[in-house]
Design a protein around this ligand. Sequence first.
Ligand code: SF4
Length: 215
Amino acid sequence: MKLADRQELFSRLAELNPKPTTELEYSTPFELLVAVTLSAQATDVGVNKATRRLFPVANTPQAILALGEEGLKSYISTIGLYNAKAANVVAACRILVEKHGGEVPRDRESLEALPGVGRKTANVVLNTAFGEPTIAVDTHIFRVANRTGLAPGKTVRAVEDKLMKAVPAQYRLDAHHWLILHGRYVCKARKPDCPNCVIRDLCRYRDKTPGPAGR
Ligand code: SF4
């Protein structure tokens, strides 16, 4: 996609939603780290329901360690894979306390060294908690990047690398949220809402869904 079209694409998404952010509820980098870790293969709504009960009781690594793995499970048992997630969160809290003074580190290497934290989670934390212009490619972004022709790629990492080059610099910080929200609510997996899509004319997807007039 040529630069002018990429500029136009993001200026339209930006106009629709000037201050995009995550739908996960959090108030500190640590809360965000926990919420993102819990959100793998779960919905943000489901995670928010659990963390609304958990965070008032325990929202620091020390407090979660005091709660213990079993105690933590009692708050997150409605979330898929909660056994493994509880073990990872507790193990991550131990490292945060022992190696990082109880704070969430601001560098990728330290974040990815935490149990349960992969590149995507590290990117979300760096972007949303610390304001770094990273792009965490999830299933929605992967789909939108490929369908539109913005940053086509066969793997998540290939798409991430292409997006970092394709997204104009002034949009890079928020691109992550614009693309996720666009994929979640408009460019949906089974039936993209092409007739109501603000970037329809820029998008190169061959199988766009037709509007009422069949166009
Ligand atoms: S036109 Fe359709 S396929 Fe293209 S981005 Fe919009 S919703 Fe997705």
